[in-house]
Design a protein around this ligand. Structure first.
Ligand SMILES: Nc1ncnc2c1ncn2[C@@H]1O[C@H](COP(=O)(O)OP(=O)(O)OP(=O)(O)O)[C@@H](O)[C@H]1O
Length: 303
């Protein structure tokens, strides 16, 4: 993460009547960083993004974006931030090209060449009216509109929904170009799979609270492995349970299965080799499974 904070929230909270959508969130995103903001539906992700864009007024705390107050200086923030909403508002009768002209005018920074090049890379026809576009093509147009002015910060709400895998690859390449040139990205999603390839850090929000912030590299180190061993004789569960980090342990007679983070593998193997081994199996789980094991259930987890 760069030294400079592009986003900083302090005690940020938002209530709608008696519904507390977000409470006491302290979050910092650095220059050149891709931050994945993860949480289940209704967790408070969109509320956070709307607070950062000055579309909602905080109930508690404050948010600064590019050194500006997100609420008070919302107009100035909007000029420098590209926003892709979860449900992009497009004008049915206007073509892609007309959207580009209109949004360019609103931002005071028309950049038709960049818009054309983005549309070309995403394989989007800018001449068709929005109401004729499929969901995926509408999403592509929204991506073009968010990126065309070369914003310093990109705020993306579930951006790859509706995009096919090849277009997703191109989209991730665009995000890397954004950070290579010193820009930052805040990417919300309800699944780790959507952000794991591009995020430098992830934050996990649940029931309005930011419950964990973690570097992707650290999450990968925690990556779970499925371990199974068959022994020549019966074994006792207790000795494997004693290895720190071992989860989902099951021992029936001569067979032991469990999950273990990378860091626990050495200790586990040493316990296993105390016994005559007939067969051994060890496979790394999908990162999503590791993520769910740490953050998937319950209300509060330590980072
Ligand atoms: N304008 C509003 N009025 C009342 N309640 C709201 C409003 N906006 C959001 N909420 C509530 O705040 C909570 C957080 O909603 P939010 O949309 O931020 O969640 P989310 O994580 O973005 O979920 P999703 O992925 O479903 O959009 C929910 O309980 C939601 O019902």
């Amino acid at each position: 993460m760069g030294e400079e904070a592009i986003v900083r929230t302090m005690g940020l909270g938002k209530s709608f009547g008696s519904t507390v959508a977000l409470r006491d969130v302290d979050l910092t995103i650095g220059r050149g960083e891709v931050f994945g903001y993860l949480g289940p539906n209704g967790a408070g992700k969109t509320t956070t993004l709307r607070l950062l864009l000055g579309m909602l007024r905080p109930t508690t705390g404050r948010a600064s974006v590019l050194g500006l107050d997100a609420w008070r200086d919302a107009v100035a923030v909007h000029r420098r931030v590209g926003y892709l909403p979860g449900e992009p508002a497009l004008y049915g009768k206007l073509s892609g090209r007309q959207h580009v002209a209109y949004f360019g005018h609103l931002r005071g920074a028309a950049n038709d060449r960049r818009a054309l090049s983005l549309a070309d890379r995403l394989d989007l026809d800018l001449d068709r009216p929005a109401h004729e576009l499929s969901k995926g093509n509408r999403q592509k147009l929204a991506v073009v509109l968010a990126l065309m002015s070369g914003p310093e910060l990109l705020v993306l709400d579930e951006p790859t929904s509706g995009l096919d895998p090849i277009v997703q690859q191109e989209f991730y390449a665009l995000l890397r170009e954004q950070t290579d040139t010193g820009g930052s990205v805040l990417l919300s999603s309800h699944v780790l799979g959507e952000v794991q390839r591009v995020a430098d850090r992830i934050g996990v929000v649940r029931s309005g609270r930011l419950i964990a912030v973690e570097r992707m590299a650290d999450l990968r180190e925690k990556s779970l492995h499925h371990v199974g061993a068959r022994f020549a004789d019966d074994v006792n569960a207790a000795e494997f349970a004693a290895v720190p980090g071992v989860r989902d342990l099951a021992v029936t007679g001569r067979v032991m299965t469990c999950s273990a983070p990378q860091a626990a593998l050495d200790g586990l193997l040493k316990r296993i080799t105390r016994h005559p081994v007939v067969d051994l199996d060890c496979a790394e789980a999908e990162l999503e499974e590791t993520f769910l094991a740490y953050y998937g259930t319950g209300e509060h987890h330590a980072a």
